[in-house]
Design a protein around this ligand. Structure first.
Ligand code: BES
Ligand code: MN
Ligand code: ZN
Length: 500
């Protein structure tokens, strides 16, 4: 989809659909008022009649324009009672407007939703969100359907408009970031949506090479099992033992910053299918364990967004990729393995495999002399119990880093919530036979998983994002969400702004 910034007025712009905001009590935005005037009161008449609800955020109505309106359609969006809406409400308004435009048959649209006043947010942010919302509604995953009819009249072009010419550079800036983030999300969604047989560890490695083709500045290195053995990655390899598909360690480097600048390292869990291994999962909804590589997918998506924007930073993406399957060779409960760090692990449950592949990748991350390391993983069902499908679970050994991630979550609307990493929880990992067990019992499952990782990240500033609840949706809308690409990209954009 194409985006551009436009200045002008809603009544005189030729477009497939103009989008304007109204809020209660019967308050028209300045450009909605212009349309109303040009149509001799069409909009206020419909509000009076009750056809356009203004009291409730995100109701929409498409009108056939009357009078002297140049556009072929008018979309009126209700924005609720408040003078200024919350950022979350704006995101919802942008999404329902995008959906309505998409469904109305217009191939291009011009949006004046920039007129909506949003608490604590500027015009640049609004443009960014409008771009993300429209890119999200046009997204489809139909690679594996045999008879797909492409939409006859897809939305191809969105102009984000303002009456004031001097707003244009700011809008352009927001659109550029929004487009990059949305494309990164779409890449993450597509990788996540692919089933296990189309998304093996080697397939993910090929995706890294494809990303390098698209962004020649990237450096990509793929380590096979032999190389991992040499490095002593006994924890990672203990997971792939039960699978016929060989594991891969994917390393991607983006060097947009100065040569000596220490990189941010992103480590993404890439379990391309998690059956639980010998500690086999129950059957219901097991198909959704194809999404167990969504952490990895978010690393791909964030790298793509950062490369797209050409951010002046150094960024490394590390993806340990493997399947977790039961087999005669598979690791058994009670087996003890030695991680790359030298610490030994008693594997009491082979379904707690994410931490086993992450701990070796986190040790490997040290070699990049990182400024900070963030791992992203669909790590625990317990995180979904604690926070539901709305918030990412955030853990960190550095409060400044935690605060920066929380802030980026607030700004992007892709929110996280911090959980504790106290010693009392860490004690649950005690093993009678090895340095630690890979599970900490039933209580506080997402915290003990994070405590496990914390034992491998003492050398640098580190945060862990448990995205088990937010990475995909179940039910009739089953599919990957592309989260937390917005949070991570926003975080990196803000590090450029504050020079850290
Ligand atoms: N990939 C799962 C976590 C998961 C489960 C995410 C359900 C989203 C929905 C992870 O590998 C896992 O199986 N974790 C176990 C850990 C347990 C054995 C300590 C879990 O959460 O049940
Ligand atoms: Mn598992
Ligand atoms: Zn898993």
């Amino acid at each position: 989809m194409d985006f551009n910034a436009k200045s002008g007025n809603a009544d005189t712009l030729a477009s497939g659909c103009v989008v304007v905001a109204v809020s209660s009590p019967r308050r028209l935005s300045p450009e909605a008022a212009r349309l109303d005037k040009a149509s001799r009161g069409q909009i206020s008449e419909l509000i009076k009649q009750g056809d356009i609800r203004t009291d409730c955020a995100c109701t929409t109505l498409i009108l056939n324009p009357a009078g002297r309106i140049k556009a072929r359609r008018v979309l009126v969006v209700g924005c609720g009672d408040d003078k200024a809406v919350s950022p979350q409400a704006f995101v919802r308004i942008a999404a329902s407007a995008a959906r309505a435009v998409h469904d109305c048959g217009a191939t291009d649209a011009a949006s004046w939703l920039t007129e909506i006043e949003v608490k604590d947010r500027d015009l640049r942010w609004k443009a960014q969100q409008l771009a993300i919302a429209s890119e999200n509604v046009v997204y489809r995953f139909d690679e594996l359907k045999s008879d797909v009819k492409p939409p006859k009249k897809p939305l191809r072009r969105l102009s984000v408009a303002s009456a004031d010419r001097s707003d244009l550079p700011v809008i352009r800036d927001g659109l550029r970031a929004g487009r990059a983030i949305a494309r990164g999300m779409n890449l993450a969604r597509t990788l996540g949506n692919r089933p296990g047989n189309y998304c093996t560890p080697s397939d993910l490695a090929d995706e890294a090479k494809a990303l390098k083709e698209a962004h020649p500045g990237l450096k990509v290195q793929i380590l096979d099992e032999k190389a991992m053995e040499k490095l002593g990655m006994g924890a990672l390899l203990s997971v792939s033992r039960g699978s016929r598909q060989p594991a891969r360690l994917i390393v991607m480097q983006y060097n947009g910053g100065a040569k000596g600048d220490r990189p941010t390292v992103l480590v993404g869990k890439g379990v391309t299918f998690d059956s639980g291994g010998i500690s086999l999962k129950p059957g219901s909804a097991m198909d959704e364990m194809k999404f167990d590589m969504c952490g990895a997918a978010s690393v791909f998506g964030t790298l793509a967004a950062v490369a797209d924007m050409e951010l002046p930073i150094n960024l490394v993406g590390i993806v340990p990729a493997t399947e977790n399957l039961p087999d005669g060779m598979a690791t058994k409960p009670g087996d003890i393995v030695t991680s790359m760090s030298g610490q030994t692990i008693e594997i009491l449950n082979t379904d707690a495999e994410g931490r086993l592949i992450l701990c070796d990748a986190l040790t490997y991350a040290q070699k990049f002399n990182p400024e900070r390391v963030i791992d992203i993983a669909t790590l625990t069902g317990a995180c979904v119990v604690a926070l539901g499908k709305h918030a990412t679970g955030l853990f960190a050994n550095d409060q400044e880093l935690a605060d920066q991630l929380l802030a980026a979550g607030q700004t992007s609307g892709d929110r996280a919530w911090q959980m504790p990493l106290w010693d009392e929880y860490d004690e649950q990992l005690k093993s009678n036979f090895a340095d630690m067990a890979n599970i900490g019992g039933r209580d506080a499952g997402s915290i003990t998983a994070a405590c496990f990782l914390a034992r491998y990240t003492r050398e640098y500033r580190w945060a862990h994002l448990d995205i088990a609840g937010v990475a995909w949706k179940s039910g009739s809308e089953k599919g990957a969400t592309g989260r937390p690409v917005p949070l991570l990209t926003q975080f990196l954009m803000e590090r450029v702004d504050d020079g850290s």
